[in-house]
Design a protein around this ligand. Structure first.
Ligand SMILES: Nc1ncnc2c1ncn2[C@@H]1O[C@H](COP(=O)(O)OP(=O)(O)OP(=O)(O)O)[C@@H](O)[C@H]1O
Length: 316
């Protein structure tokens, strides 16, 4: 069923951001066709799917989703129709965004996210088969170029297997990392590697490297079944600079991690340097820098009257 956002849903530039739930019906695999299996899930259009069951399992049922992709739909159609592009734009605006694939073994989660790369392929897939991940990397770098943003990008990749967390990017034999919690950071994985990247080739190679280290095995429903949950995180830091004669930095000391000021028309993003990785900036996309007060901030900030809402002299 479609899940609507709660009244307290976070707000984006165009109003509240609601989670979207899309479903993809995968085609029958060769072995299913050979076995004489038949499709029981069909798209009815308008975001609904019909599931025909046998009388043993109960009556037929219809479910509604934000979007439905049928067996013949391409990887590109799924990317364009599932809201992924908008999600990348929101991430660029400073929001934390998550894409979560859920389904029983063999239902097509890995294929949708990574294309044939997830099926143990070691060479680059045909561009038409690239999954949501590779397409969002391309979209992110494209967006960054078109906005003229000065981005610092890094990636971390881990898997959870048998309740143990393993870093998929750190070299050497796999070792288990501890899950910690702190007041400032919430839950985090200690000593997780975060690797900087600047190009599509670099992040594609990190994805390939990490995916090859994942635990997979064959079983009756899937020849390359992922045995773990995997989590790839892209951290985006956006720097803004002060053009000469415009704006300026508020009085220091100015902690590392905060944007250093904004010029006229510049879009500023501030984040809390004690958060690693940083959560979404509190005031993304504003023309003026705003910082929020924290105990960890230097005294001059806590006592300054404009500490919680600083307006650049050059901004309207
Ligand atoms: N849309 C699709 N078009 C063509 N083949 C697909 C599609 N979706 C999945 N498949 C094929 O179905 C099989 C199972 O897919 P996949 O490995 O992605 O499932 P999964 O949900 O990730 O399974 P697991 O949880 O076991 O890892 C694979 O052989 C894959 O190539």
């Amino acid at each position: 069923p479609v899940v609507r956002g709660s009244p307290g849903a976070p707000r984006g530039p165009h109003g509240p951001i609601h989670p979207t739930h899309t479903i993809r019906v995968r085609p029958l695999t060769c072995s299913e066709v050979r076995r004489g299996d038949r499709r029981v899930v069909h798209s009815l259009g308008g975001g609904t799917v019909h599931v025909s069951t046998t009388s043993v399992l109960g009556p037929d049922a219809t479910f509604g989703f934000s979007a439905v992709f049928d067996a013949g739909d391409s990887q590109e159609a799924v990317f364009e129709g599932s809201g992924m592009r908008q999600l990348v734009e929101l991430a660029m605006d400073g929001f934390s965004c998550t894409v979560f694939a859920f389904g029983q073994t063999g239902s097509g989660k890995t294929y949708t996210l990574m294309g044939p790369l997830g099926q143990g392929e070691t060479h680059a897939a045909s561009p038409a088969l690239l999954g949501l991940m590779q397409r969002s990397f391309a979209c992110l770098l494209e967006q960054s170029r078109s906005r003229g943003s000065d981005l610092a990008l890094s990636a971390s990749y881990l898997e959870i297997y048998n309740e143990q967390i393993r870093d998929l990017l750190s070299p050497g034999p796999p070792c288990t990392l501890p899950l910690r919690w702190s007041k400032t950071r919430g839950f985090y994985v200690e000593n997780q590697l975060s690797v900087d990247f600047e190009s599509l080739e670099a992040i594609a190679s990190l994805l390939l490297q990490g995916s090859q280290r994942r635990r997979t095995s064959a079983h009756a429903l899937n020849r390359h079944s992922s045995r773990s949950h995997a989590l790839l995180t892209i951290h985006i830091r956006i720097h803004c600079t002060t053009p000469a004669g415009h704006g300026g930095s508020p009085p220091g000391p100015w902690p590392t991690g905060y944007s250093r000021g904004c010029g006229q028309g510049a879009v500023c993003h501030c984040w809390d340097p004690s958060e690693s990785p940083p959560r979404a900036p509190r005031y993304p996309g504003r023309r003026c820098c705003k910082v929020w007060r924290k105990k960890s901030m230097p005294c001059s900030w806590k006592t300054s009257p404009c500490a919680s809402s600083w307006v650049c002299p050059g901004c309207p």
